[in-house]
Design a protein around this ligand. Structure first.
Ligand code: FPP
Length: 245
């Protein structure tokens, strides 16, 4: 299975229910064109509509997108402002269409630290789309996996849970992704092979797919290629495959 053309002919038989995406490479995409980095983030945002539609068409039920990490606050202020503006603009310009297409938007991450305008937009998007079920899109914005775990621990203590009441299942109920299945597949574009603090609890048994393609160049067929790779994997969750038993 070498070329994208071959991939396109492989039927999709086993589609992951929940896919996480680390949308990396916007800056390099822009710099390669002599554009400011923020133009790359804009191009990356324009990609979302196509990827949402492809996800629905392929049968993915949940997408979790890494849009702004707790570590991204260390970027230049102008870039941070541009990313905040982009989130606002996507909600202003695209929310109606997303809602019409059955997309439910959920925020995963901390609201603390975001401006009141951004918080209000996020809450509006969640409220306006809460009845939708076709595709859940979790926007990880001001998100970090370690911060999420610390936050969960704090809230369990604040709720007065006893030591005996804390187990993996209970812990999961205190994460931002409470109630959702863990990601089956995590895709990272842009060539780096790491999770960068993305869903580090939930990704314990996720299949990982890394591609050098930069996020603004990652299209429907690239998503399909990732799904073909996923369905060729043997997921054992720490057990043995059926042939070895
Ligand atoms: C990583 O590329 C990408 C980001 C830090 C932001 C991703 C954000 C978007 C695609 C748009 C916003 C999304 C929503 C839902 C509003 P990079 O800047 O690290 O690229 P580089 O590795 O080439 O420098």
């Amino acid at each position: 299975m070498n070329s994208a053309k071959d991939e396109a002919t492989v039927p999709l038989k086993k589609v992951p229910q929940h896919v996480g995406i680390i949308m990396d490479g916007n800056g390099r995409w822009a710099q390669a064109r002599g554009l400011p980095r923020t133009a790359g983030h804009r191009a990356g945002t324009e990609n979302l509509r196509e990827i949402f539609q492809a996800a629905v068409d392929f049968g993915i039920e949940i997408l979790t997108l890494y849009a702004f990490s707790t570590e991204n606050w260390s970027r230049p202020r102008a870039e941070i402002r541009a990313l905040m503006r982009l989130l606002n603009r996507v909600i202003d310009d695209e929310l109606d269409e997303f809602v019409e297409r059955g997309v439910r938007i959920c925020h995963v991450g901390l609201l603390d630290g975001l401006s009141p305008i951004v918080v209000q937009k996020i809450q509006h998007a969640e409220e306006a789309s809460k009845e939708n079920e076709r595709l859940i899109v979790n926007v990880a914005f001001n998100y970090g996996g370690r911060a999420e775990i610390v936050e969960a621990a704090k809230r369990m203590i604040a709720d007065g849970l006893s030591v005996d009441e804390v187990d993996e299942e209970r812990f999961g109920e205190y994460l931002f992704t409470a109630g959702l299945p863990d990601p089956d597949l995590i895709i990272r574009t842009g060539g780096d092979m790491r999770l960068s603090n993305f869903l580090i609890w939930q990704a314990a048994y996720a299949e990982l797919y890394f591609t050098p393609t930069l996020w603004p160049d990652f299209h429907r067929q690239d998503l399909r290629q990732a799904l073909v790779s996923y369905q060729q994997r043997d997921r054992r969750f720490g057990g043995l495959d059926s042939d070895s038993q």
